[in-house]
Design a protein around this ligand. Sequence first.
Ligand SMILES: [Zn+2]
Length: 288
Amino acid sequence: MPELPEVEALALDLKGRLDGRAIVKVHVAAFSALKTFDPPLSALEGTLVDDVTRHGKFLDIDASGVHLVLHLARAGWVRWREELPMVPPKPSSKSTLAVRIELDDGTGLDVTEAGTRKSLAMYVVRDPHDVPGIASLGPDPLEDGFTVDVLGSILQREGRKQVKGVLRHQGTIAGIGNAYSDEILHAARMSPYKPANSLTDDELATLYAALRRTVGDAVERSRGLAASELKGEKKSNLAVHGRAGEACPVCGDTVREVSFADSSLQYCPTCQTGGKPLADRRMSRLLK
Ligand SMILES: [Zn+2]
């Protein structure tokens, strides 16, 4: 799933490609993706693109005051097309194409979604805050206003909730998902299960520094890359996320995993949990 650094880089890449171009037509191949009906899709036709920005993990194409907002969810992606096929796309359950944006010079964008669980979302709105997921976003962790005190008060407010869940909840902090929360906690040498309000001042400072560095470095590395290069860039720089069974790059211990119904987290026991593996309900059930 694309998180803050990838969506930031996508916005920058698309801004360069779309700026000053006019949208000719927006073809919807997966109707479930379109979440709004007013203004209609046709309101985008003939509009010039002024800007492409990011709100949390949402991508916002501003076309002369009408905003096409995309949430790529778990398996969505954007593919730039130098030349679009002459024939408009047909809805098909076999194709990953969800939306095609056709521009006035024959180029365009394909928004795709892999897998069977369809959660890609597209909104056409006059104000990005009309998108409920944007209106409820927490502060952006790369903004100047996101200080160690802001993080501290967020963690206090969330009480005994596990720090991993607090970091990736979009209404609490915008843009961090499952991958970067694993990476931040590994960099901070902190258990994902640590209660949010139990951090000492030193631990808070360490977590804050790890968060800003992990997300900031990923943005720096991603900046200037094309959409097609971003996924590989992200994966090659992850220390623990998605790397269960591999060696921790810091201490060499084996990266472990805890599985949940629809996700999993990865961590290093030596770096993060005093050498003790965390309980994994699925694994202990299988072993009984
Ligand atoms: Zn380690």
